[in-house]
Design a protein around this ligand. Structure first.
Ligand SMILES: C[S@@+](CC[C@H](N)C(=O)[O-])C[C@H]1O[C@@H](n2cnc3c(N)ncnc32)[C@H](O)[C@@H]1O
Length: 183
């Protein structure tokens, strides 16, 4: 009998088992505030990534598009059922709610006082705030956040897509916990 080739794509049951292992080794609570993120494909994509990284809650703020939007479903692919989310409220209210729920609030934005994402402390219970496609995080949002982190860019671009920024930030928050657990 031939040994199975380890370099093959995992089957869905193998992926479920792998995810379960990572879930057991992940304690930090992760949440998001999406301030006026309106593109339905961005919203769907952020929800899918949030579900993958075990985000507990997403607060929508400003005029953010809810994941129930039919176009958002094209990228969310039903994963929005796996993440608790709240209808849009003013951003200061969303920040207050996150803090009352025990989260430190870190805005992901390019500001004068922002620290590079890989140097930001994203451990523990952290709520990341992403801003709108057009105007970014509002002054009220930046005022309310506990700190700000930015994603360093090498190329001549002003910013990355908000769903990509959300994915990079969630991955970095988890990476920091997993790296510190590995000692
Ligand atoms: C497309 S950007 C907004 C850009 C907007 N045109 C501006 O200049 O303010 C949308 C959101 O993605 C996030 N984002 C994109 N690139 C980023 C970066 N390099 N560092 C931190 N956040 C970033 C921020 O949350 C931002 O509010």
């Amino acid at each position: 009998m031939s040994t199975p080739n380890p370099r093959r794509q995992l089957k869905p049951t193998d992926v479920k088992r792998l995810n379960r292992t990572w879930r057991r080794n992940t304690e930090g609570r992760l949440a998001l505030i999406l301030e006026s993120v309106t593109g339905p494909f961005n919203i769907g994509s952020i929800f899918r990534t949030a579900a993958a990284f075990g985000v507990e809650t997403i607060w929508l703020a400003g005029n953010a598009t809810p994941p129930s939007n039919p176009k958002a479903q094209k990228t969310a692919l039903g994963t929005d059922r796996l993440v608790e989310w709240h209808e849009p409220v003013p951003v200061a209210e969303a920040v207050r709610a996150a803090r009352e729920d025990g989260f430190r609030v870190v805005a992901v934005e390019l500001t004068g006082d922002a620290v590079p994402l890989h140097e930001a402390k994203l451990g523990g219970d952290v709520c990341l705030v992403l801003g709108s496609e057009d105007h970014g995080c509002s002054p009220a949002c930046l005022e309310a956040a506990d700190s700000v982190a930015y994603i360093p860019q090498v190329g001549r671009v002003g910013s990355v897509n908000v769903a990509v920024a959300a994915a990079i930030s969630m991955a970095e928050a988890r990476r920091q916990e997993w790296a510190s657990a590995a000692g």
